[in-house]
Design a protein around this ligand. Structure first.
Ligand code: 8X3
Length: 252
């Protein structure tokens, strides 16, 4: 078996974060899970003995600092961070969008991801043995689409942050990467559509979307590379998704 790792996962209560937790816990890695919905994390950790959890609201600096302080002992061994907390809100063009949505997306996807990473870097660097930072970006940050100005811009920020942080961390053995998924069948659309379940379900109908575990498998593959290999950027879509917005179901 691969050496067990000590990996922090944000946004671990659902979607890609939860799928990463499931897959990596099954491989015996030690995980520190952060999210707001700690009842979900508690349930998960009850059946996964290598996992522990803490309340983490990445949009709140005080919460980030409290999480770090509470988990200080565990964090001394940390050699991985998966930044999965993030969201899209609304499907309106900017002129009719809600300002609240804009602020929340920037707070979580940009300020939250940057602040969590900065707060954890002293630990990732402290033991001098290298590690991984894997950021969950989006196809929206690579190929802009209508009504995705703010969400796409936050994910473009994640991509640039990844590439520049990799430079900052040159020589430390810490690999920095971004995974940029297309449509993944998770609670993502339910959140984006403000809880409209029927509409959210439609977003994944009529074709075969990615599942959260497809992304977790990619993350696992990246983490499993030997130390001299960095997979810096991965754009991953369902085969049926041929652009940021177009779906053409495979007819084989
Ligand atoms: C999620 C994918 O296609 O909704 O980041 O932008 S998409």
């Amino acid at each position: 078996m691969q050496h067990p790792r000590y990996i922090v996962i944000t946004g671990a209560s659902s979607g890609i974060g939860l799928a990463c937790a499931q897959r990596l816990a099954e491989k015996g890695h030690h995980l520190l899970l952060g999210a707001r919905r700690i009842d979900r994390l508690q349930n998960f950790c009850a059946t996964h003995p290598t996992c522990q959890f803490g309340y983490l609201d990445v949009t709140d600096r005080n919460s980030i600092h409290a999480f770090v302080k509470e988990q200080e002992v565990w964090l001394k061994q940390a050699n991985g961070l998966i930044n999965s907390a993030g969201l899209a809100l609304g499907t309106e063009p900017l002129q009719t969008s809600l300002e609240e949505d804009l602020i929340t997306m920037v707070d979580a996807n940009v300020k939250g991801l940057f602040s969590v990473t900065r707060a954890l870097l002293p630990f990732l660097l402290g033991h001098g043995k290298g590690g991984d930072i894997i950021n969950i970006g989006s196809i929206a940050g690579v190929f802009p689409y209508r009504t995705g100005s703010v969400y796409g811009a936050t994910k473009a920020a994640v991509q640039v942050f990844t590439h520049a942080l990799r430079m900052d961390l040159g020589g430390t053995g810490i690999r920095v990467s971004v995974v940029e998924p297309g449509k993944v069948d998770t609670e993502f659309s339910l959140v984006r559509f403000h809880g409209d379940a029927a509409r959210a379900q439609k977003a994944y109908e009529g074709y075969r979307p990615l599942q959260a575990d497809d992304i977790a498998a990619t993350v696992d593959f990246m983490l499993s590379q030997p130390p001299h290999v960095t997979i810096q950027q991965v754009l991953i879509t369902a085969t049926d998704q041929v652009s940021a917005t177009d779906v053409v179901p495979v007819s084989l």
